[in-house]
Design a protein around this ligand. Structure first.
Ligand SMILES: [Zn+2]
Length: 252
């Protein structure tokens, strides 16, 4: 049971925050119908495991297979719309221009809800880059938006001819250093940390709320189910983001 008093308490913390950090995870995207990583290994793709689809080795072995799986996932993202939780976070950012929004999600639903410059810790599925990083990491490649989910080989990098690949972090790869540095810095100086829809088990993102807490931040968690973050949260709003965050914004 989430009382109005608790919602008001959360809104008060957000309102007076000077250095707000927001961290989002798969939960908020799945409320928009974006399949989670696991869910995207269903149906046609159920005979594959992540090691065959989301590692540098898998891409070297079978670029067409990996590119086609990402085409399928990109199509699911394009079909999805930001939900009231995304819109509420964008509104919180408008009220708190100093807030830093960090996401583990590879979709662009925060951007489409109007959030400014979210930090994508795990990359952005809508973007492509040169697999050979021929002009430095990342070498972004602009591709026409293709809507086909049919199996297709990755197009070549216009600079070097190596295949294009999605600009996401695969298993065994480093997180984008600039994004990670910004995220750690935001955690170290946060006075309030709002964690939305993350399981709290994927590192290093899972450490960020704990770093913020250790540095003195008040930690608010929004998650319909208990997570690894919950025992460390000062307040846990046990509800979907799309239900509870609009009520928090109303109380701001
Ligand atoms: Zn290249």
């Amino acid at each position: 049971m989430i009382t109005e008093t608790l919602i008001q308490q959360v809104a008060d913390h957000l309102r007076v925050s000077q250095r707000l950090m927001i961290l989002t995870g798969a939960g908020i995207s799945s409320e928009s119908g974006v399949p989670t990583f696991r869910d995207s290994l269903e149906g046609l793709w159920s005979r594959y495991d992540p090691a065959q689809l989301a590692t540098p080795d898998a891409f070297r072995r079978d670029p067409t297979l990996v590119w086609s799986w990402y085409a399928f996932r990109r199509a699911a993202v394009r079909r999805a719309q930001p939900n009231p939780g995304h819109h509420a976070l964008a509104e919180i950012q408008r009220r708190q221009p100093q807030a830093v929004l960090i996401t583990q999600n590879v979709d662009d639903l925060h951007e489409r809800a109007g959030s400014r410059a979210p930090i994508h810790l795990h990359g952005n599925i809508a973007r492509s880059k040169c697999a050979a990083a021929c002009r430095g990491e990342p070498t972004h490649i602009e591709l026409p938006i293709e809507v086909s989910e049919a199996e297709s080989a990755p197009p070549p990098c216009p600079y070097c001819g190596a295949p294009a690949r999605p600009d996401v972090v695969w298993f065994g790869e480093m997180l984008p250093p600039a994004a990670l540095t910004t995220a750690h810095a935001a955690a170290a100086r946060a006075d309030v940390c709002l964690v939305v829809g993350t399981s709290g088990v994927v590192v290093p993102a899972a450490h960020l709320p704990l770093e913020a807490k250790a540095a003195g931040a008040f930690v608010i968690e929004v998650n319909p189910v208990e997570s690894a973050i919950t025992p460390h949260a000062d307040v846990w709003l046990s509800a979907p983001a799309g239900d509870i965050l609009p009520r928090v914004v109303e109380a701001l």
